[in-house]
Each structure stands twice: as structure tokens, then as C-alpha cells.
Design a protein around this ligand. Structure first.
Ligand SMILES: [Zn+2]
Length: 670
């Protein structure tokens, strides 16, 4: 959880600052409001700028090298970015790169020959000195540039300060579209470079965190040093990062075999080191748990670690997550991204749930493995509560809006809920084996994947066609709102129970097909059944060896849903009422509460009022439009004991001139 104190510090520093759904944790109400405002504002900005990079469509990037000199006092950077790429079509004469207009391109060479640059507002075209005739031609671009990076999204590049004696604090957070705010690139998550080198020159008193292995820190001009980070795994541009200040270093080891281990390297603010240490230590058990579930940590030949940055949440920068606080769930969420997000990156932004839904769900899996199934349940129950607020489809259609892309209740909470539901649909053993198959599939490892790719792995491993599941939950909207009726009657030594299930859903889909668990309780015990609900108004019959007193639809909360139901005579289960009926309340006389049941044969405005014997209205229990069906309402009086009258007025919407009134008496006893 983010502390308000930190939030205030950051607000007064004038940076873009807010929690997005990028991490899941509780927010202070003020922080949440602030976040909403910022996201709305940013959404507008993004819509206005129509972000969609069309750069580099004729090349495949294989390598990036960033050599950047950073000057906090002047808030400026300058440097050279080398891009090695192969052409993907014949006769390439021009290649486009992304770069914010805040940065100036000084010079570009292609294979060491000067090239002409045509500057656009958010990109530039390099005219090749000679046309690359053959597809597959390797080109080396050296792009010299300088400027004061612009800031977009969640604060793509920040010159900041921290501490009492204010120390420069420079950090980046490029997701989703901010890499070109500070370095020229082909900003497309679907084109990963095979490797990366980062060379940063800055004040000798500052430490620089970035991707891969720390190769060297060498003195430059007086007072400065150059830090070299080398990363030999494929990487998308939005996962390249810098974090620079006078960090304290906290290290740990992930011993992943009897003979091998990997360093965990944490760069934390000196003033945070005491608070940070015990939480960061949890990275070790987390790495073991995730490596067991998803396959060995994907960048094990290099490192994992964290660097504190000035943004309230966390960001899964490859091999070195940036974090704004030290929370167990935050650390677990960002670590899971190293598999889902970094090693396997969504092919295109509409599939962002493959990153965020997975990282969110992975926290639940971590809690289950480390603590208990109850911890998993409680985490998922809160995600499911949030998921009910989601509107739209998990597959994001408008990716120009940051608020859509990082919608906490939709992409994160409902995305995680889909995996939770999928687990129950295919069963634990298939689920965990399919999840590992996906995470270790050479088609996707260190590459990209789409929802269809993920679906295909689950279909292969389970041997089931799961299109119905993905269509309704990923491309569809909403969730089922179940209505049920049940009744029972003695039959021989047992009790016969009948249940009918229907659902009110939206239009897309109009029906959710799901396996649904049913549990019948009574006599201090229960009986469980599973049904496959694939059509409207299905009815099932079971026998149980006890007198039932209640029934639960999906008792373990595997399905994102609501469920309301009513007990009726067994012959009425699943039957539409033929007339307006107001039943005698039960129990009667009563104390402290009673239930009133009624039936509506057609859509009507229904009010149920309670009057005392002097005709004064003491309560209104219903006042709403209801469809045909059987209903019940409970009353718990607050006034005096004695006799009351309850009255139902039902006005058919089709015949408003024919209201129907029924009333009955009941006794509230001492
Ligand atoms: Zn995330």
C-alpha cells in the first residue's frame, strides 16, 4: 500500500504521479481520486495524440545500444543509440524511428555513412545512403541526439530529487508508449531486440540500475563515471529502463540448483534500507515458487532485482523492477511479470491482460503456495469484487487510452478472475500443466503471444475446445446473474431436490456457458453436485439423505457472478407463475424476522408495504419493476409487537390501468 506521505512528496514535486492499476493494492481514497483524474486527463492527451507507432515496419530490430550522458542540473541528456536491424522486405530506401519532438536528432549514420534525416513530430525518417535491395540486409544505424526528455503516460522520464540533502534521482517508466520520450527506437512490443547494452555516464556519486549484468563502472571526465549494463536476452522497448541516484545496495542469492545461483541485486534509497530489507528478502521464496510453477526464472544467467523510483506503483523493467514502495504483493506481482510480460510479451496492446491479468493472478498463486488456500481465496475474492465493476471487454479495443489499457477492475482484476475460472473449468492438474506448457513453449518464450496462442496451449493440453470460454470472457462483457428456484419433497428414505437455473445477462454475450457447482445443505451436512449450464432455464433433480434447508450456487466462488434464488413447492420449480400470488408469510407469528413470498406472472411494477392496525404505513419492502418469477423479501420490524397487514400492489407494465392489490395479516410476537 502506498503511504500518503510519499504521495504528498511526489505531488509537490510536480511529477505525473498516481497509482495505476499497474499494481494491485489498496489506495487511500484521495490517492484513488487523484489517480482517476490523472488517468482521465492522460486518456484525453493520448486520444489527442493518436498514439500508434507505424515505425520500422520494414525492419526487424536485433540489437539496441544506448550510450547516454545524463546531466541532472540541466535536466538534459545526450548520446548515441545504435540500432542493428535486418530489412524485412526488398528495396528499402527509408526507415522510420520513433522519437519525441523534445529530442533533437544531431546526426545519423547507416553502416558508418552519413544519412539524411527527415524529422516528423514524434518520429523521423532515415534515408539510406544506398537502397537495401535484398530483404534480410543487415543495417547498423548510429543515431546521435540530445534534449530534455518529454514525459508521457505514467512519467516516462523523470528528473527528480530525494532526501533531506536533495540528491538527484533520475528514473524512467516507458510503458506503454514512452520509450521514444528519451531514446530513438522502433517502439513496438512485437519487435524485440535480441540483446541490449546500456552505457550511462553521470555523476560519480550516483549508481545506475538497468537491464542484465553490470559489466563495469569506469571513470570518465573528472567527477563522472560510465556504467555499463549488458543484457543478452530478447527485450521490448518499453521494458528498457534507467534508475539513478545514490542507492544503497542490498543483495541476496537465488540458489536454483546444487551448483548454481543467481544474484538478486536491489538498489534502494539509503533512507529506505531498513524498511525495504525484510520485504525484498521475500524475493527468494517467490523466485522458487514461480520457478516451480512456470519454469526456471527466465533471466537466470544475469540477475533479478529492484530499484526504487519515484512513482507510487511498480514497473516490471526486465531483470530490474522499479518500485515505489515495499509491499509483498507488489513485489510478487512485478516478479511474475518477468515470465508474463517480459519473457512472453503480449503481441499487441489489446492483449495487455496476458501481462496484467497473469501478474495479478500470480500473486494469488504465490499466496496459496507460500501460505494457504485461504490466502488465495481471500485475495481472489477481493479481485472478483473489483472485477464486477469492470465494463467493456478484457480484450482492449481502444488502446490510445491509458485508462483503458491499465483499467484495474477490467484488465487486472477481471483478467485474473478469468484465469481463476479457467482453473476450475479444466481442473487443477490440467491447469497447472497447461500454464507451465505455455510459459515454457519455445514458440512464445522470449517472444510474443496473443490470446489465441494462450487458448491454443490450453486446448492442446486439456484436449478440450475452449473457444466458448474465451469468447465470452475475453471478448465478451459482463458476467452471469443467476436466478434459481428450488424445492424438495420426501421420496422413500431420501429427499428429492429439484433446481432450476436461469440467468440475466447482457447482450454480448447473451448467455454465459459455465460448469456450476451446487451444494445442498441440511441436517448439519451437505451434498455437492456439478452441472454444466449451457442453456437458459435448465432443471436438475437429485436425491439427498437429509432434509435440505438451503442451497448454494457456486459455493466456493469460482465464477464471477451474482446468484439469487427462492424455495418453492417442488412442482413449481422452473415453472412460470400463472397468476399474481401473495403467500402467507413464514414463520408466522414471528420474531425477530419473517419472509414474504410472492409470484409475478408478467413484468410489473411491484410495491410491498406494511401497515399497522391504524392503517399507518411502517415500511416499504419492495418498490421496483420485476420480471415474471417468484420472489421473496424479508422483514425485520423495528417497532412495537402486534398485528400488521402487508400489501402487494402489482401493476403490469403492459396494462398500467389494471393494478392488482392483495393483502394479508401477520403477527409480530413478543
Ligand atoms: Zn503489472
Amino acid at each position: 500500500m502506498q503511504t500518503p506521505a510519499r504521495l504528498i512528496t511526489l505531488l509537490t514535486s510536480g511529477l505525473f504521479l498516481f497509482n495505476t492499476g499497474m499494481t494491485q493494492f489498496l489506495e487511500e481514497p484521495e490517492a484513488a481520486k487523484h489517480r482517476e483524474r490523472e488517468i482521465e486527463r492522460l486518456a484525453d492527451l493520448f486520444k489527442a495524440s493518436g498514439k500508434s507507432s507505424a515505425s520500422g515496419q520494414n525492419i526487424d530490430v536485433t540489437y539496441y545500444e544506448l550510450k547516454i550522458w545524463i546531466s541532472p542540473p540541466t535536466r538534459s541528456i545526450s548520446g548515441t543509440v545504435r540500432v542493428v536491424a535486418a530489412t524485412t522486405v526488398d528495396s528499402v530506401s527509408t526507415v522510420r524511428f520513433d522519437l519525441s519532438s523534445a529530442c533533437i536528432v544531431d546526426q545519423v549514420t547507416v553502416d558508418a555513412q552519413a544519412a539524411t534525416v527527415l524529422r516528423g513530430t514524434s518520429n523521423f525518417d532515415v534515408v539510406l545512403p544506398s537502397v537495401a535491395q535484398q530483404s534480410g540486409t543487415t543495417l547498423t544505424f548510429d543515431i546521435a541526439y540530445h534534449g530534455t526528455p518529454s514525459t508521457s503516460g505514467f512519467g516516462s522520464f523523470a528528473f527528480s530529487q530525494h532526501g533531506i540533502i536533495t540528491t538527484p534521482w533520475v528514473w524512467s517508466l516507458s510503458e506503454p508508449y514512452g520509450a521514444p520520450d528519451w531514446w530513438p527506437c522502433k517502439d513496438n512490443p512485437g519487435d524485440k531486440a535480441d540483446s541490449l547494452d546500456v552505457w550511462i555516464t553521470c555523476d560519480q556519486n550516483l549508481k545506475v540500475g538497468s537491464q542484465g549484468k553490470l559489466v563495469s563502472v569506469l571513470p570518465e571526465e573528472p567527477g563522472t563515471v560510465t556504467t555499463h549494463w549488458k543484457h543478452r536476452y530478447p527485450i521490448s522497448t518499453y521494458l528498457v529502463s534507467l534508475a539513478i541516484t545514490n542507492y544503497s545496495v542490498i543483495t541476496d542469492w537465488f540458489v536454483y540448483s546444487p551448483t548454481d545461483s543467481m544474484m538478486i541485486l536491489n538498489y534502494v534509497l539509503p533512507e529506505d534500507s531498513v524498511t525495504a530489507r525484510p520485504v525484498l528478502a521475500l524475493t527468494v521464496p517467490m523466485l522458487h515458487i514461480y520457478s516451480d510453477l512456470f519454469g526456471l526464472y527466465p533471466f537466470v544467467l544475469e540477475k533479478y532485482g529492484h530499484a526504487t523510483f519515484g512513482w507510487g506503483g511498480g514497473m516490471e523493467h526486465q531483470t530490474m523492477t522499479s518500485i515505489g514502495g515495499y509491499g509483498e504483493n507488489l513485489i510478487a506481482h512485478e516478479l511474475a511479470h518477468q515470465w508474463f510480460g517480459d519473457m512472453i510479451t503480449m503481441k499487441t496492446w489489446p492483449d495487455i491482460w496476458l501481462n496484467e491479468g497473469f501478474a495479478t493472478y500470480s500473486v494469488a498463486l504465490y499466496l496459496e503456495q507460500r501460505y494457504s488456500n485461504a490466502n488465495y481465496r481471500s485475495y481472489m475474492n477481493s479481485q472478483m469484487l473489483s472485477a464486477k465493476n469492470a465494463t467493456g471487454s478484457i480484450h482492449v479495443s481502444d488502446t490510445s487510452s491509458v485508462s483503458n489499457l491499465f483499467n484495474g477492475s477490467l484488465v487486472y482484476a477481471k483478467g485474473a478472475t478469468v484465469l481463476h475460472m479457467l482453473r476450475h473449468v479444466v481442473g487443477d492438474s490440467v491447469f497447472f500443466s497447461a500454464l507451465k506448457s505455455y510459459a515454457t513453449d519455445p514458440q512464445f518464450m522470449y517472444k510474443n503471444a496473443s490470446t489465441a496462442d494462450f487458448q491454443s496451449v490450453f486446448e492442446l493440453v486439456s484436449g478440450q475446445d475452449l473457444d466458448w470460454f474465451f469468447q465470452q470472457w475475453i471478448y465478451g462483457q459482463g458476467y452471469p446473474q443467476y436466478q434459481f428456484q428450488w424445492g424438495w419433497v420426501p421420496e422413500g428414505q431420501e429427499e428429492k431436490v429439484r433446481l432450476s437455473l436461469s440467468q440475466v445477462t447482457g447482450t454480448s454475450p447473451s448467455f454465459f456457458t459455465m460448469p456450476v457447482d451446487i451444494r445442498i445443505y441440511g441436517g448439519g451436512t451437505s451434498a455437492s453436485f456439478s452441472v454444466f449450464n449451457d442453456s437458459l432455464s435448465q432443471t436438475w433433480v437429485w436425491s439427498v439423505p437429509f432434509v435440505p434447508d438451503s442451497i448454494s450456487i457456486d459455493p466456493e466462488n469460482w465464477i464471477l457472478k451474482t446468484a439469487v434464488g427462492i424455495l418453492v413447492g417442488i412442482d413449481d420449480v422452473g415453472k412460470k407463475p400463472s397468476s399474481f400470488v401473495l403467500d402467507q408469510n413464514y414463520p408466522n407469528p414471528f420474531n425477530p424476522s419473517t419472509v414474504i413470498r410472492y409470484a409475478i406472472p408478467e413484468r410489473s411494477r411491484v410495491t410491498i408495504e406494511i401497515m399497522d392496525l391504524l392503517g399507518r404505513r411502517v415500511a416499504v419492502l419492495e418498490d421496483r419493476d420485476l420480471g415474471e418469477g417468484r420472489y421473496q423479501v424479508q422483514w425485520r420490524p423495528e417497532g412495537a409487537t402486534g398485528m400488521y397487514v402487508y400489501r402487494m400492489t402489482a401493476t403490469p407494465l403492459a396494462r398500467p390501468y389494471e393494478p392488482l392489490v392483495q393483502s394479508r395479516k401477520m403477527v409480530y410476537m413478543k
